[in-house]
Ligand binder design. Structure first.
Ligand code: NI
Length: 170
């Protein structure tokens, strides 16, 4: 496995729509493994392939706490097929927007269909942090970011700040 570089705002690739993978072959499995290592190293609870510069519909997640066994999920072509009516609010961060947290209200329960690391079709119903993280990562596959839940004014301020930081480091 190898650690990959995480793409940060305002890189325009983060706004691209990712395309489905045709099958979970050795290349996709390697991508999944590298993404998981990158996510654990960051550390974070979810990562989408577009965040390492690969515009394919692949996400990895692990919301287990430090005192629990790791519980990684590998999802190719995740599709949210049901959202519950109850809502959950969580202060979300994003590895592509370090230091920025946004309080976001999303459905508390979600059912997702996906293809797992072994190529098997799966359906999972989740709640709590996992439900939030799944919705956050699927948003990435459609080019949507947590700053899109803010006012335009605040969003533009954050993008300007990241653009300046990048220019300063070039
Ligand atoms: Ni994110």
């Amino acid at each position: 496995m190898s650690k990959l570089e995480i793409v940060k705002v305002p890189d325009p690739i983060l706004r691209e729509t990712s395309t489905p993978v045709e099958s979970v072959n050795a290349d996709v499995r390697r991508l999944m493994d590298d993404m998981l290592e990158t996510m654990y190293d960051a550390p974070g609870v979810g990562l989408a392939a577009i965040q390492v510069g690969v515009p394919r519909r692949v996400i990895v997640l692990d919301v287990s706490t430090d005192d629990e066994e790791p519980q990684p999920f590998f999802m190719a072509n995740p599709e949210i097929v049901h959202l519950g009516e109850a809502m959950r609010t969580h202060e979300e961060g994003c590895l592509s927007i370090p230091g920025v947290n946004v309080e976001i209200e999303r459905p508390a329960d979600v059912t997702v269909r996906y293809v797992d690391r072994e190529g098997a079709a799966q359906e999972l119903t989740a709640d709590g942090l996992l439900a939030t993280a799944i919705q956050h990562e699927v948003d990435h596959l459609d080019g949507k970011l947590i700053i899109d839940f803010m006012s335009r004014l605040r969003r533009d301020m954050i993008i300007r700040k990241f653009r300046k930081q990048r220019q300063a480091s070039d």
